[in-house]
Ligand binder design. Structure first.
Ligand code: NDP
Ligand code: OXD
Length: 312
């Protein structure tokens, strides 16, 4: 019988158990801390932010399914056994959620909504006349599973959509593609609304520093829904206070929750969301996990296997 060892704090485990049992009624679902003993038999872990050392203490774990697309919540564990495969989440619910979040956020920044929220506090009727969408350049950093669905959600509005990735991609209709670190500065200089959908790796950490942020055109906006380590937040704050960056939406932060005394909380024209851009949905994730356990058991590679060298 397939055993799943589930770990998620502050959220009902029953929903996850029910979703998994609906897809595979025979599953032995074990909710943390009732994981049993490591000699109980082979198991798959399905976890979000497990306690450091927990995975290593269950040598019967054959593979770890990350409850999210990001795996930094796992790889920061110094005791994570390197030989255990890690599978990143890639369910359809996550993609739909990110497409909605990016479309909503780009529209809000294009139409000046963050500045209107700020003005409303001061009973200020100041009007904002937005450019036509066809004149707005949206640049997506990261053109993986989520960058692609974000681009697809934006092109119907008529935005000029461009995307940047590490390696070249096949052409995509209505999206201008760039790749490689030597294209980044030019990419930023030609982006009015920047969307961050990059994983956290040594190469992406601090990528948007003071100098890179200054390459964005005057009045640009930033949406970050990848990882908080991408942006130097002090530099972003300075650029927003000077007006160089007009508005931003941040869904992810280097430290989460964002500490209550953090200066960003009080910044005008900044929308803060608590890492909810795309939430893994139990029904679609259950299908994804069961499908990939079957692949592993048949000797096939699972979808979205973490490449430890790349870090995503
Ligand atoms: P993918 O692995 O499918 O895509 C990652 C993309 O980033 C790829 O296009 C990759 O390029 C690109 N990339 C990575 N490193 C670099 C680099 N150094 N330079 C240029 N491009 C780079 O990931 P997903 O699209 O599924 O997810 C992206 C991230 O979104 C996740 O890692 C996670 O951190 C975050 N996330 C946030 C959520 C939220 O709610 N806020 C929810 C889900 C995910 P290439 O294709 O060439 O390798
Ligand atoms: C993430 C997620 O990786 O929520 O951030 O999936």
């Amino acid at each position: 019988m397939t055993r799943i060892l589930f770990y998620l704090e502050d959220y009902s485990h029953d929903i996850w158990r029910d979703s998994l049992l609906k897809v595979a009624p025979g599953i032995d679902f074990r909710s943390y801390p009732d994981w049993g003993t490591p000699d109980d038999g082979p198991a798959y872990a399905f976890v979000w932010e497990p306690e450091p050392g927990l995975i290593a203490s269950y040598p019967n774990i054959r593979a770890v399914f990350s409850l999210g697309a990001g795996v930094d919540h796992l790889t920061r564990d110094p005791n994570l056994p390197p030989e255990v495969p890690i599978i990143r989440m890639g369910d359809d619910g996550l993609k739909e959620g990110m497409a909605e979040f990016v479309a909503m956020s780009v529209l809000m920044h294009h139409r000046g909504i963050p500045s209107m929220i700020t003005k409303q506090k001061n009973k200020d009727w100041g009007r904002f006349f937005a450019k036509a969408a066809k004149d707005v350049r949206v640049g997506i950093l990261g053109f993986g599973a989520l960058g692609r669905v974000a681009a697809e959600a934006l092109t119907p509005f008529g935005y000029q959509v461009a995307a940047w990735s590490r390696t070249p991609k096949n052409p995509v209709e209505d999206v201008t593609l760039h790749h490689g670190s030597d294209r980044l500065d030019d990419f930023l200089a030609n982006t009015d609304i920047l969307v961050g959908l990059l994983p956290s790796t040594p190469e992406t950490q601090g990528l948007l520093d003071k100098e890179r942020l200054s390459l964005l055109p005057e009045g640009a906006s930033i949406i970050n829904a990848g990882r908080g380590t991408l942006i130097d937040l002090d530099a972003l704050k300075a650029h927003m206070e000077s007006g160089h960056i007009a508005s931003a939406t941040l869904d992810v932060f280097p430290e989460e929750p964002l500490p209550s005394n953090h200066p960003l909380w009080g910044l005008d024209n900044l929308i803060i969301t608590p890492h909810i851009a795309a939430i893994t949905r139990p029904d679609t994730a259950a299908e994804y996990v069961v499908r990939n356990i079957a692949r592993i058991e048949q000797g096939d590679a699972p979808e979205n296997l973490l490449d430890a060298n790349r870090g995503y």
